[in-house]
Structure formats: C-alpha cells, structure tokens
Design a protein around this ligand. Structure first.
Ligand SMILES: N[C@@H](CCC(=O)N[C@@H](CS)C(=O)NCC(=O)O)C(=O)O
Length: 215
C-alpha cells in the first residue's frame, strides 16, 4: 500500500499513472502546488522543499519524480515498465529519465518559478524567456533521440513514455511555450500514451480540456 502526496497538474500525476499501470493499491493525499497555500506537515517531514510528488510506504518515504519512477519499476518488475539492470535498454531508460528531470524539468522551472534562478524581480522576465528557449532546445534533443522509434526505448513501452507524456502536459502555449507540433516524434508518443486507460483515468480533466473530441 502506497500513499502519494498529490496535486493535479503536477509531477505526482505521472507517479499516479505508474501506480495504476502496476495495479497496486494506493491512496492519494491531497496537497497543492499553490505557492501561497500550506503543505501537509507529513509531506514536509519527508520533503522539506515542499514539492510533490512524495511517496510513502510503511514507515518509509521518498521524493523526486524520476527516482520514484525507477524505485517503483524495480520494485514491481512484473509490470514490465522498465528494462532490468542487465537488459541493454537500461542505460537509455536511465539517461532519458535523468535528462527529463535535470534538463527538461529545469527548463519548465525556469519559466514557471523564475525567482529560484535569479536574484531580483527585474531579472525574472529574462529568466522566463530563457526557460522557453531552453524548452525548445531540450525537447529538440529528445525529439532527435526518439527519431523513428515507436516508443522512447524503441519497440518497448516503458515508464519513460509516461514521463514524456506528463512533461508534454506542462507545455503551455499561453505562456509562449512551444507546442508538441514542433516535435513530431514526441507528439506521436504522447498521443499513443494518452490512449492508455491509466492515463485516461488520471488525466481525464486535462484530456477533456485539451483535446478535440471530434478528432
Ligand atoms: N525535481 C522534482 C520537482 C518537483 C516539482 O517541481 N513539483 C512541482 C509540481 S510539478 C511542485 O510541487 N511545485 C510546488 C512547489 O515547488 O512548492 C521532481 O521531479 O519531483
């Protein structure tokens, strides 16, 4: 039994999809990404940074979405969401997850949370613009890496495809972000991931708001 500190629109949604794919019992503990709202004390006890996702099981807990992803995939190998440590695609699995976490997510953060990257309010618009440019740069790298592959790892679906989908939902044209139209290989995988029942459940609100039912 897992507990997931959760907020819609956050990286906790990706972890929730993985829990659904594994088919394990879990409980959502409502948290928030609203910077002016308090976090549950039990969440802060594990992650003093205040962000989600935070996963707990028994008397243990952890944070960092990419680390949680690897942890859950390894703990539930029967779900076949990741190559095992002796399979050849393991290196690309780890490389892409860490790149998502430290490069693509940082580009998002530079745009969404510019105050974390610059010293004064006056510099924030510049950081936000750089974040948008960095989004283009990093998604382009991923698009090139995917090339003609069916999934990020080639023929095999994995948790890194779920992670990719989650990150695409944060692309906000209203903020000047690129759209997935600019990254056709990314878009192809995101659309394939979206048809999975786990994603339809967890992202039902996002899908209703962002897709055209006639398509
Ligand atoms: N590196 C962390 C970043 C998590 C993160 O930025 N979470 C955002 C939502 S996607 C959040 O909780 N923001 C509110 C806050 O930072 O207080 C991870 O990948 O888990």
């Amino acid at each position: 039994m897992y507990n997931l500190f959760y907020a819609d629109g956050s990286a906790a949604q990706g972890v929730r999809v993985i829990l659904e794919e594994i088919g394990v019992t879990y409980q959502l503990i409502q948290s928030t990404i609203d910077m002016s709202a308090p976090r549950p004390p039990a969440q802060l006890a594990i992650n003093p940074n205040g962000w989600v996702p935070v996963l707990t099981w028994g008397d243990k807990g952890m944070y960092e979405c990419a680390a949680i992803t690897v942890f859950l995939c390894d703990r539930h190998p029967e779900a076949k969401l990741a190559p095992s440590i002796d399979e050849p695609q393991r290196s690309l699995f780890l490389q892409t997850l860490v790149y998502f976490s430290n490069s693509v997510q940082t580009a998002f953060q530079t745009n969404y949370y510019p105050d974390r990257f610059v010293d004064t309010c006056a510099e924030e618009p510049s950081a936000q613009r750089r974040g948008i440019r960095r989004l283009r740069e990093t998604w382009k790298v991923i698009d090139g890496q995917i090339a003609e592959n069916k999934w990020v790892l080639g023929e095999r679906f994995s948790a890194v495809d779920i992670y990719l989908f989650m990150l695409t939902t944060w692309l906000a044209p209203s903020r000047g972000h690129p759209t997935t139209d600019e990254f056709p290989n990314v878009m192809r995988i995101a659309e394939a991931v979206m048809s999975r029942p786990s994603v339809q459940l967890v992202y039902s609100d996002w899908i209703a708001a962002n897709t055209n039912p006639e398509m």
